[in-house]
Design a protein around this ligand. Structure first.
Ligand SMILES: [Mg+2]
Length: 384
């Protein structure tokens, strides 16, 4: 259980600032089964809190009015032993955890896990960038070649696990042609990256049960690690799929839970129908992921927090990996944002190496941040 005795009890939130910083992915991200082109631009609503002479930075969508109401709150109002951060302050949990870790001079992973790492902490991550970038191409052969090239650029960047978007026939292509192309791409990427990498597919609910079985059959040679959001989660359909896989001695894991997840999804996972839960890391929040991970681990269910479109979540996932029980793989959506130095993090042999820097390990250019807040952000402060 965390304790907060070391914090001066008269430390209060003096200031909360926010600005949306924007940056870019290395290449444009295409469509998925249910959405159009995702594009190159990424953004990060970055909040800075000032309290007791320390600052903490972190992702937060807190509205200005809500932030204003938190000014003047003391450390005893904010932190609590039962769940780290009280409900009312969870909207700024990432900057608060950064602040707390910095106040103690330790990385967030050490703060949350309570474990010190003598060497460099490395956590497994996967390249999540393989979208429908091929829709303009006439033949499957050209599409396979393009996606192989994209996977290999991830390989060269250090990844050894890849997630491939599938479900082309759900909306963007004719059903049969799209399904055939999905299968060709998955098997083509396996050929390109070799037998030792991990591959997963994500249909964004663009398949149905029969399509799922067909794709799993025709990609069996590619040895998939998991299939994500094959169709909208349904306990009857997942039980059918699980039984069908068991009959074939197929080991592909079922993962689900991002977006508008079904209410009983955690219970279904506990019943053995889903192998990993994928609530979003930022929206669901670390504070709630910590007890959920514990609960899931009791039934052997993995935690695989969603993080696409989540520049900040790359680092937040890596830092929370050791603390969230059963954390499977960090979803990495590579991007760079001017003013945020991410160079403390490196990727090699499929592992993300974390910096030893206090907090979330990102170096924010304060002058750049100040300037951007003045230009397009806001600041809420005591007496102002
Ligand atoms: Mg997904």
């Amino acid at each position: 259980m965390p304790t907060f005795e070391d914090l001066e009890k008269d430390w209060r939130i003096e200031k909360i600032e926010q600005v949306i910083l924007t940056g870019e992915r290395p290449r444009l991200a295409g469509s998925n089964a249910r959405l159009g082109v995702h594009g190159k631009e990424v953004d990060c609503p970055l909040v800075r809190i000032t309290m007791g002479g320390h600052t903490g930075y972190g992702w937060s969508r807190i509205p200005r009015k809500t932030a204003e109401a938190l000014i003047g709150a003391g450390v005893r109002d904010i932190f609590c032993e039962e769940r780290w951060i009280k409900e009312r302050f969870c909207g700024i949990q990432f900057p608060l955890l950064d602040w707390l870790a910095k106040a103690r001079g330790i990385p967030v992973h050490e703060l949350l896990s309570g474990r010190k790492h003598d060497g460099t902490l490395e956590v497994p991550g996967y390249d999540t960038s393989l979208y429908f970038d091929d829709l303009h191409l006439k033949t499957d052969a050209e599409a396979v070649a393009l996606l192989q090239e994209e996977a290999m650029s991830g390989y060269e960047a250090g990844f050894r696990a890849f997630k491939i978007k599938v479900g082309r026939g759900a909306m963007h292509m004719e059903l049969e042609a799209g399904t055939r192309r999905d299968i060709a791409i998955v098997n083509g990427i396996r050929e390109a990256v070799g037998p030792d990498c991990e591959l997963a597919i994500d249909a964004n609910n663009g398949y149905n049960l029969n399509l799922t079985k067909r794709v799993l059959t025709e990609t069996a040679q590619s040895n998939l690690l998991w299939i994500e959001e094959a169709f909208h989660e349904d306990d009857r359909l997942y039980r059918n799929l699980k039984d069908w896989m068991a009959d074939r001695n197929m080991q592909v894991l079922i993962t689900d839970g991002e977006g508008h997840a079904a209410g009983p999804i955690v219970e279904w996972a506990e019943q053995g129908l889903i192998d990993a839960i994928q609530y979003d890391l930022r929206d669901y929040g670390v504070v709630d992921w910590l007890p959920l991970g514990k609960r899931l681990a009791k039934s052997g269910v993995k935690a695989a927090p969603h993080n696409y479109g989540g520049f900040y979540g790359n680092f937040a996932s890596a830092q929370t990996y050791p603390a969230i029980e059963g954390f499977f793989y960090v979803e990495w959506d590579e991007a760079q944002i001017p003013g945020i130095d991410t160079s403390g993090y490196t990727i090699q042999d499929g592992k993300i190496a974390l910096p030893r820097t206090p907090g979330f390990g990102l170096h924010i250019d304060d002058a750049h941040y100040d300037r951007r807040v003045k230009e397009s952000g806001w600041s809420a402060a005591a007496g102002g």
